[in-house]
Design a binder for this molecule. Sequence first.
Ligand code: PGA
Length: 256
Amino acid sequence: MIVAGNWKMHHGPESARSFLRKYRPPTGMEEEPRVLIFPPALSIPAAREALTSNGGVELGAQNMHWETEGAYTGEISPPMLVELEIRHVLVGHSERRAHFGETDADVTRKVRSALEHGLEPLACVGETLEEREDGRVEEVLRRQVEHVLEGASGHAGGPGIRLAYEPVWAIGTGRTATPEDVSRAHGNIRGTLAEVLGHEQAREIPILYGGSVKPENAAGLMEAPNVDGVLVGGASLDPESFAAIVAAGSGGRKSG
Ligand code: PGA
């Protein structure tokens, strides 16, 4: 199980430090989930400093450019993340797609570049409400997953990627997909992975769910078949509620 927190544009350096001072990983867990936090890039050094007294949390970046360096005002490059000892990077979050024009082709480039630099991309896919109402969930997920896999192709030893299914209509809306919806979508994603990579490799790729995950619904979502963890936005901003979600992820892996 993986429990990941996406802080989005919240928690500047001081506030990140304060979160990590307050965050206490739950004790007595049957099986500890892997815990990742994605702070705003500027807060990464402060978060790293505060983590020295708080093992068990890994840090990631919310975005990066695919180029190594260049005239790209406002962007952050993969080697810069590597220099900060960052291992994880979110790619293709729906907010990047919706507000910053990130395309499927950009996602392919970012996944490829992340892997080339030894970073582990967590690539987000998910349909909008309109696409869902038009009955296009499967088609949209397939297209997005294929673009992620295109970026991962040719990397020695397997794709080294993680996916997050984040239906756009469930993000920040308080409207969570039901465990049945989630398991169906994850099954579709797993099917596309298996078609491209074969069943064995497809089974190895974790698929997280994201969209209004809260302490109250986290355990139910993580128990659903094919769900290997959660990507949490709003509820990851408070150390206690994030710890409660981490505790909900301690029940062990139930992929199938
Ligand atoms: P939310 O965001 O938990 O606030 O819905 C999830 C995400 O965007 O990753």
